[in-house]
Design a protein around this ligand. Structure first.
Ligand code: BYC
Length: 332
């Protein structure tokens, strides 16, 4: 997407060591960095990359669940799912706005999503085959998102941190609505139990991949932790998620599709089996079951909405003109 690396941190942009040191001091003192503050180019670019990807994930993330709005099993379920998917649209909008404060436009970000240059979370390239998938997404996908996003509320960049506070409040409603669907199915008929177990079997490993590559393969982690964009490593958050989630599944009598999953008394956490990183990278690079459909649907939504954007711009221009015409009168 954007040229990435330690630009700025290694002085390649001509930023002086004194400037970089002073910036790091502000970070270390837990000061929030605001849009008009001087910042290293690498800091700005990595935030555009991460916030942009995060915004795209929210917007693309509306599609797998949107697929079930018309087929929700009751009015109550439909209303809750509709509200959840709308929240995700809202999260995408706050995040695009936060990224725009760093000097990138929403059009540029959208173009990069559509051309395949910008990433979005791998998890949204899996299909939602049954109603149980909707429960599992709320419980696990939103559960993983919360685990990742709570520390982002303390991110050093002010607009991102503030957006995350509201996002996390809404995510916790999403997680609970998901767990409640899962609970209902797990306590239902044998066919419902089987359906929810099957959904858990399909989603468990992809959800663990949401946290990103192993720390040893995570190219951005060290710098982003030094800049306090990230507060915990990918593996640390993945472990916290497994530890919090396994008892919730066991409580419902569900089993996790990992024969190596076992409580480790000594480390005070669960051991779990190896993640299939080949699958992760294949999906990230566009080879997942749903990658093509997701981008096709996003492009269609963008094109179908062109008239709304044009109308809004024309209206804004009319208001601007009216205000300009009225201004001299008001001044007299
Ligand atoms: N999928 O150096 P690393 C939601 C990429 S939506 C795809 O560890 P970093 C919801 C990574 O971007 C929640 N790509 O990177 C919505 C990098 O590639 P580039 C989405 C991934 O940034 C609707 C490369 O791999 N949450 O909650 O330090 C319904 C190396 O990785 C993934 C966010 O976006 C992945 N899973 O750490 C329901 C949270 N993982 O850019 C729910 C904000 C890694 O160099 N983002 N990559 O080409 C983050 O916290 C971090 O960006 C990550 C990765 C932890 C994801």
């Amino acid at each position: 997407m954007y040229a990435q690396g330690l630009i700025g941190a290694d002085g390649k942009t001509g930023e002086s060591p004194e400037f970089l040191e002073a910036f790091q001091k502000r970070i270390d003192a837990e000061e929030k960095i605001e849009p008009n503050d001087a910042m290293p180019e690498g800091y700005r670019k990595t935030l555009i990359r991460q916030i942009g990807q995060h915004a795209h994930s929210e917007i693309v993330g509306m599609l797998p669940e949107g697929n079930w709005i018309t087929r929700a099993p009751s009015l109550k379920r439909k209303a809750a799912l509709l509200a959840k998917v709308q929240d995700e649209g809202g999260h995408g909008l706050y995040l695009y706005s936060a990224a725009e404060t760093l000097g990138v436009s929403r059009e540029q970000m959208t173009e990069e999503l559509h051309s395949g240059k910008a990433k979005y979370s791998s998890i949204f390239n899996y299909p939602t085959l049954t109603w149980a998938d909707i429960g599992i997404i709320g419980w696990l996908v939103d559960g993983a998102a919360i685990m990742n996003q709570i520390p982002l509320c303390r991110c050093s960049y002010g607009p991102y941190a503030r957006a995350m506070i509201r996002v996390c409040k809404e995510e916790s409603f999403h997680q609970r609505q998901g767990y409640e669907i899962v609970m209902t199915l797990a306590q239902g008929t044998p066919a419902q139990r089987e359906m929810v177990q099957d959904a858990l079997n399909r989603w468990w490993w992809p959800v663990l991949m949401m946290f990103g590559p192993h720390d040893s393969d995570s190219q951005h982690s060290d710098q982003n932790m030094a800049w306090k964009i990230k507060r915990f490593s990918n593996d640390a958050l993945r472990q916290k998620f497994v530890d919090a989630t396994v008892p919730q599944g066991e409580y419902l009598g569900l089993t996790f599709p990992d024969p190596e999953l076992k409580w480790n008394e000594e480390k005070g956490g669960y051991d779990f089996g190896p993640i299939d990183w080949d699958e992760f990278w294949r999906v990230v690079k566009g080879g997942g079951v749903m990658n093509r459909d997701r981008i096709r649907d996003r492009k269609a939504a963008w094109e179908n909405g062109a008239w709304v954007r044009e109308a809004a711009l024309a209206h804004a221009e009319k208001r601007r003109q009216r205000a300009a015409e009225a201004a001299p009168i008001a001044a007299e």
